[in-house]
Each structure stands twice: as structure tokens, then as C-alpha cells.
Design a protein around this ligand. Sequence first.
Ligand SMILES: NC(=O)c1ccc[n+]([C@@H]2O[C@H](COP(=O)([O-])OP(=O)(O)OC[C@H]3O[C@@H](n4cnc5c(N)ncnc54)[C@H](O)[C@@H]3O)[C@@H](O)[C@H]2O)c1
Length: 427
Amino acid sequence: MITDLPFKQTSGNIVLVGMPGSGKTTVGRLLAKKLQKTFIDSDEEIQHRTGVTIPHIFDVEGEAGFRQRESAALEELAQRRNIVLATGGGAPLSPANRAVLKQCGVVVYLKSSVHDLWHRTRHDHNRPLLQTADLHAKLQSLYEQRDPCYLEIADIVMHTGKQSVHMLLVRLLERLAALQGSQENQEASEMQTLTVGLAERSYPIHIGSSLLQRTAELLLPHLPGKRTVIVTNTTVAPLYLDRLRSNLERQGVRCSSIVLADGEQYKNADSINAIYNELLSSRSERGTPLIALGGGVIGDMTGFAAATYLRGVPFIQIPTTLLAQVDSSVGGKTGINHPLGKNMIGAFYQPRVVLADTDTLDTLPDKELSAGLAEVIKYGLIRDVSFLEWLEANMDKLRQRDKAALQQAILRSCQNKAEVVAADERE
Ligand SMILES: NC(=O)c1ccc[n+]([C@@H]2O[C@H](COP(=O)([O-])OP(=O)(O)OC[C@H]3O[C@@H](n4cnc5c(N)ncnc54)[C@H](O)[C@@H]3O)[C@@H](O)[C@H]2O)c1
């Protein structure tokens, strides 16, 4: 069926709204660079068109004159495609401007507290409305007037808080990807995301079906460059490697792969050396992430290789067994076996993101599903009684590989594991 999608959904535009000092220009420039869009700051555009500064327009024509020019500029800019548009803080005050911005693209509200805004703008002399004796009071009254206008048109509200611009950007890219994904893939069940809270090393775990088809949008925000190396094994490669690789390559990400022998007996230094050999001979660089595609064995080995190759490269987990989805991919324990003991050599090394695609469990042998379910039950027994009750009621569905039930079980297990890890990373 062909439907006419609204301009908003096809324009590729992102509109940033928010108070003066909320970071629209800084975030907008970085976002545009990352997504290869054109950045436009509406205030800069007005200055460019008139040849004079905003304070000068305010002096000569007053705020009303400036607002007229602003509306005219926005109306024109909103016809363009593939732009990131940072708007002036007062632009969404007029209902007509709000309608124009809302149809132009995805609207992101960068929401900051009045105190943070005061901190960021107190030495700024280029904002005519903020040249006042009591800046805090002025910001408070502007905020009260404008916040409802921003909220009315926002598709995404990002709280800027104390996080770095880099973290804000990562989170914003995730939110944009999730929004795009939900539009593109309405049949897929809702993906759920939880965050493992480890300060600046915090990372998301995405759980749901059809995630391998959405890897580009879910992984792209975490890739420093346009290259990755996928590590997998001879069982998983024929099942899922092409799906992952083709999705990434469609987004211009160059992927190479390392396919190891399958089995716990290969979780050793020889396999790690085989990974190093491939990485060195293909001149893999410090910014090239390693993606683990497989069960716990592949995850543990790839993580250890990522922790040690060039003293650490980015690491991404795509676990394909239930055990790996509920346990080994979360928490950052990586390593290999030694002839004198299992998991004796290793490192704590956190991934940037984990994708648990419930569709990969379709091909899992029954024995491996049972091993994963045993881990799930352990969370219920050890630390989550209500989860245990839920498991008792839903065990048949889980055994029949019901997607919604599996997603719920993975989510609750990961929540439990994430709590343990956040409390003590080296537990
Ligand atoms: N790092 C941690 O915190 C942690 C925690 C628990 C376990 N582990 C480690 O995890 C390992 C066990 O993990 P596991 O149970 O996933 O074993 P595994 O990685 O050996 O996978 C089990 C089998 O399933 C196959 N497989 C994987 N995905 C498949 C799919 N989607 N369809 C069909 N076959 C598939 C594998 O090739 C393998 O043959 C052990 O080495 C253990 O030490 C690590």
C-alpha cells in the first residue's frame, strides 16, 4: 500500500527549540555533523539576510519587528529538507510559528532548569531580552511563558542537566533512532530500553524483536567512525551475519568479520590470538569497534579482545542466546579459559550498547533455551520474588518461545543484573 506520508516524516529535518542558553546551537551543529545534515541557526540566518546584528534589529524595529522577520525566515527555512534547524528561543511563542515548526520535521525540546540557563547566559551580551538587572527573574518569567509552547510541539524532550554535550548527543541520537524505528517498523513489537548506570560508562540495553534489521539506527550513535569488525562463530554466522552486515553497510558502515570455531573449548588464548592477528593484519584502528555476535563464549572473548587490543577499542554486544541476553552480555565481565581454570584470564570492560533481539532465539536449540531459562529463574529465586511469581505463571509461554513473554523475562533479568552491576561493577 502506498500512502502519502506527511512532510514532517519524510523531510529528514530536525528542529531544536528551547530557552536561550539551552544549547540549541552547540548540539545542533554536532547533530548535523553526525547525521550529515545541513545546520542552520535561524538567528544567524536573520543576521545574514539583514546584514545587521539581532540587538541592532531590536534597537531599530523593536521586538515586534524582529518577530516578523523571524516568522518570514522560518516559513522559508521550513520548506527545506535534511536540515538541523536551531530556532530562536522566542520563535515558538506565536501559534503560526508553532504550526510551521511542527510540520517541518522532528521537534526536539532541549529543556534546562532556570538555574542552569542563568549560569550559561549571565555573561552573554548578544541576547537583547536578557540585558536586565535581575537576569534570574527574567529567565524565570520567560521560562514560565515559553515552556508550555515548547512542550506543545515537541516530539522529543531532552533534559540537558549536568551531562556532557557528548552524552546528551548520544542520548538524543538514541531517541531519534527509536522514534524513526517506531515509525518505520510499526508491526514490530515495541522495543524496550534500559540503562546500566555506571556514570560516564553507562550504556543502553535494547530488547525486542526485529532489532537486527534496525542495527544501523540503534548502533550508529555508538560508532565513532564508519568501520566495524564483527566477531562471530561458525554456527551463528550463517544465521545472522548477513542480516547484521547488510543493514550496517546500507548506512555506509564498512564491516569485516572474524568467524571463530564454535564451542567452549575454543574460548582460549589461541582464539584471542586469531582475533589479534586479523585486527593487526587489517590495520584495525583504535576507533574501530568490535561487535560480538553470538552466545556467551563469543561475547566473553570479543570483549576481552576489545579490552586489550591497542589497550582498548569500543565494544558492542549482540547476544544471540538467552543466557547471553540475560547474563553474560551485561556487566562487563570478559575473558577466556586457561588450561588450569575457566575464566581465569580476563578484564572488566563495558560495552557501549547491547542489542538483545528476541528473534534470534527462534533458532536456539532447546537445550540452550533451557540453560537461559535456568539463569532467568535464578534472578527470581535470589532477588526478585514478584518476578518469580510472574515466571511461574508464564513458564509455558516461555518454553513455547512466545516473543512478548521472552522480552519481558529478558527485561526483568537485565534490570536485576543492571542493579547488581550499578551497585558493584566488580561483583
Ligand atoms: N561474562 C559473564 O558475565 C558471563 C556470565 C555467564 C556466563 N558466561 C560465559 O558464557 C558462556 C556460555 O554462554 P552460552 O550459554 O551463550 O554458550 P555459547 O556461546 O557456547 O552458545 C551456546 C551454543 O548456541 C549456539 N548459538 C548461539 N546463538 C545461537 C542462535 N541464535 N541460534 C542457534 N544457535 C546459537 C552457539 O554457537 C553454541 O553452540 C560460558 O563461556 C560462560 O563462562 C559469562
